[in-house]
Write a protein that binds this ligand. Structure first.
Ligand SMILES: Cc1cc2nc3c(=O)[nH]c(=O)nc-3n(C[C@H](O)[C@H](O)[C@H](O)COP(=O)(O)OP(=O)(O)OC[C@H]3O[C@@H](n4cnc5c(N)ncnc54)[C@H](O)[C@@H]3O)c2cc1C
Length: 413
């Protein structure tokens, strides 16, 4: 790249990266901006359940970067980041050589972690990306279809059993969604859904350990009232996963459960590119995430910003959520603008507005500002909100895209 002004490069087009790019574009940032992601589509992870059930489509949940950034002046490069040379200030890509940067934004997120449990990676399905959602939907529909031609009770039961490991927000929302949609899919194929089993396995003693007591209670109640009541296996530490079988330990006793579908929703680990950065231990937390100052700059590297799931702030403890990440993206953009005008970067302020959970096709629960609990259809409407009717589809106009992301969707996650 022969550009005389070195660009600001954003690595990762998730909630931090995309929002940094969109905000820079809105603020007439004077330097070239390049956004790099290995995928061609942004993934709105909080809506992946709605994508799996086909309540929402690709242009709503996974819009193309090309469309989102149209007219923004931001250059998008689809490529995989392999390495960052911090001293030479260059990013190495798998297919586009290396690019020099003046400022760098690290927004590479995290990836699924398996705690070293035997067979967990090999024999479970993850649920973090568009491709994961498509693979899970196809797998489940295939299991339902195959079960119809199986005479043997046990074999059929195995095909109709789904185990979800992890009862954090992802596990609970996925369980709630599947408990509602699987019966619908099965009835359509001519099956009797009463044989479907959904089991949520969790190491801790209760679901949603970091949620408020009332949200937990609302979710637990909702999970029992769905067409397939979700079975909870709490205090159960998974010790191994084999093809179509989960082994777990409770009170020193080993037990096994058989299922044709095992989904892994617990555990995250640091992105390998972040892990490979030659930084001393003091610059990372125990999980390997990058410690950042209140301005979201790396310690001793003022030209590098980091946010979202790959970073952790010295200043405040934030949950690894989209809610925090998109606000950090806006703050990083603001601070890059300040640096370009030779002003001092500001403290990044993040406001957590509450938690919303999808608990079925038309069911949800929302704990707003830790004060107000909304459940059922109202919470569902709050979550999905008005964007279903006002969504710009396809997302052609940059302003409309920004508006969609910030006003219609993010206000309700
Ligand atoms: C199923 C699910 C549901 C969720 N629901 C909610 C919710 O309801 N509310 C909420 O607030 N949060 C939710 N979260 C959490 C939220 O999605 C994350 O905290 C958020 O996405 C973090 O943003 P980020 O920008 O740090 O990373 P991400 O959004 O993960 O983005 C990272 C980007 O980096 C790219 N990338 C990674 N490595 C490379 C590489 N080597 N080269 C090029 N590109 C790379 C990836 O393709 C990705 O686009 C959910 C998460 C999941 C998995």
């Amino acid at each position: 790249m022969n550009n005389s002004i070195k660009p600001t490069i954003i690595l990762g087009g998730g909630f931090v990266g995309l929002f940094t790019a969109l905000h820079l574009s809105q603020q007439n940032y004077p330097a070239p901006v390049i956004l790099i992601d290995r995928q061609e589509r942004f993934v709105f992870k909080p809506l992946l359940y709605d994508y799996l059930t086909e309540e929402m489509n690709d242009s709503q949940v996974n819009p193309l970067y090309e469309k989102l950034l149209e007219g923004s002046g931001v250059e998008f490069i689809r490529d995989t980041v392999q390495k960052i040379d911090l001293d030479k200030k260059r990013v190495e890509l798998a297919n586009n050589g290396s690019i020099a940067y003046k400022y760098l934004v690290l927004a590479l997120g995290s990836q699924t972690g398996y705690f070293g449990i035997e067979g967990a990676k090999e024999h479970t399905l993850p649920f973090r990306t568009r491709e994961n959602a498509i693979a899970l939907k196809n797998h489940l529909q295939n299991c339902l279809k195959r079960s119809l031609s199986i005479e043997d009770f046990q074999e059929r039961q195995q095909l109709l059993t789904v185990i979800i490991v992890g009862a954090g927000a992802t596990g609970v929302e996925l369980a709630g969604t599947l408990a509602d949609v699987l019966p619908q899919w099965y009835i359509k194929q001519g099956g009797n859904f009463e044989q479907i089993r959904l089991i949520l396995i969790n190491r801790g003693s209760q679901i949603l350990s970091s949620a408020s007591e009332r949200l937990r209670h609302a979710a637990q109640t909702a999970l029992q009232q769905l067409p397939v009541p979700v079975e909870l296996e709490m205090d159960a530490s998974v010790t191994a996963v084999r093809p179509q079988q989960v082994e777990f330990e409770r009170n020193g006793q080993k037990q096994t459960l058989a299922a044709a579908t095992i989904v892994w929703t617990t555990g995250t680990t640091v992105n390998p590119v972040i892990k490979s950065l030659p930084l001393a231990d003091g610059y990372r937390d125990k999980k390997g995430r990058l410690k950042v100052l209140s301005s979201l700059q790396l310690i001793d590297r003022p030209e590098i910003f980091a946010g979202g799931d790959c970073a952790v702030s010295w200043y405040e403890s934030l949950p690894p959520t989209a809610q925090a990440a998109y606000q950090q993206g806006a703050a990083i953009a603001q601070n890059l603008v300040s640096l370009s005008a030779e002003r001092v970067p500001d403290i990044a302020r993040v406001q957590i507005r509450g938690t919303t959970l999808k608990l079925g096709l038309n069911e949800a629960a929302a704990d707003l500002f830790d004060r107000l609990l909304v459940t059922g259809k109202s919470a569902h409407l709050l979550r999905q909100g008005r964007y279903l009717t006002t969504l710009p589809t396809p997302v052609r106009d940059f302003k409309a895209a920004t508006q969609w992301l910030s006003e219609e969707v993010l206000e309700s996650i």
